[in-house]
Design a protein around this ligand. Sequence first.
Ligand SMILES: *Cc1c(COP(=O)(O)O)cnc(C)c1O
Length: 368
Amino acid sequence: MNVIPQANPYLENQKLEEKIVSAVSRVVKSGTYILGEEVHAFEQEFASYLNVSHAIGVGSGTDAIFLSLVACGIGPGHEVILPSHTAVATATAVVMTGATPIFADIEKDFFTLDPSSVELQISSRTKAVIVVHLYGQPAEVEDILQICNRHGLYLIEDCAQAVGARFNDRKVGTIGDAGCFSFYPTKNLGTIGDGGCVVSNNPDLTERLRKLRQYGWASNHADSTIHGYNSRLDEVHAAILRVKLEHLDDFNNWRGLLAKIYSDNFTNSLVSEPKVRPNCYHTFHLYVVRCRDRCLLQQHLSSHGVGYGFHYLTPVHQQTAFKNSITTTELKVTEEISKDILSLPIYPYLPPADVKHVAKVVNDFNDA
Ligand SMILES: *Cc1c(COP(=O)(O)O)cnc(C)c1O
């Protein structure tokens, strides 16, 4: 039986293989492999794509969040508010700074950070809020920005799943103090390995980020002016990402088209489709449905060759390393939806006919 996997980054890499190989070869021949022309050009092209003044390439999405927090002066003794319903990496980045992650609940319609839950978690130690544009869906970032401004908190946007997504007319990542991106292979803008980027309109913050990613070096590369790290975007990845960036809007449109095929074809009342926030552009990194009998749906999909995933199975505050985390309120929506969500296949070059087939398999599901 032919299996349709839940994710398949090889499809886009296969389509663009010639361009990717020639980009890599250009780097090989350049003789410069770290922070050279490719990273510089990618940073400019990415900043211009998002309409933001600065972009700083770093080693991964996790590092993008970690370094942004450090650049904001966040460390031991501070608290950072974030959703528990996210990739564990969001919380990992907070822990890396020595600050304490404080988990808040999500909106039941959109699965993104709930502004009213954020407000309940603010204490005298709170320094920042991380909003996650989960699955490609922009979070209620305007309300959260107002809360941050009222309380003097930094706002960091985790855009790992939402490159190109828009809240009203603004691309996500350009609304808070810093926007953090991941170029992990399955992300909407993915390389062939690890990579990440921070964007910001704040020149002080970006100057610190440029130092932090490279040993705290001043621009003369002679004086380490602050304690830094080693987290750079490689030339090879920057060259590949420049190829991919040219296709990003097409990739996102492809995902949007597949999402529409799902919602146009679903007829099964046991399975509910995702909602899109009004006035927003959703990049459908993931297509996540809900089903009360998820276990039975899984068996049904497997027996019909349909791949699926869980994003996420265990809320971060219930995972082993985070079990002692502080939550002052119940995370009701988070705990409820983790039991019934399931991610269906969606990615560039997945044929529309395959998605119609998946929709039919879902429609044929019954819990009898
Ligand atoms: C992928 C992801 C990250 C981490 O990115 P890496 O590049 O794997 O470090 C962080 N947050 C979210 C929401 C993600 O999906």
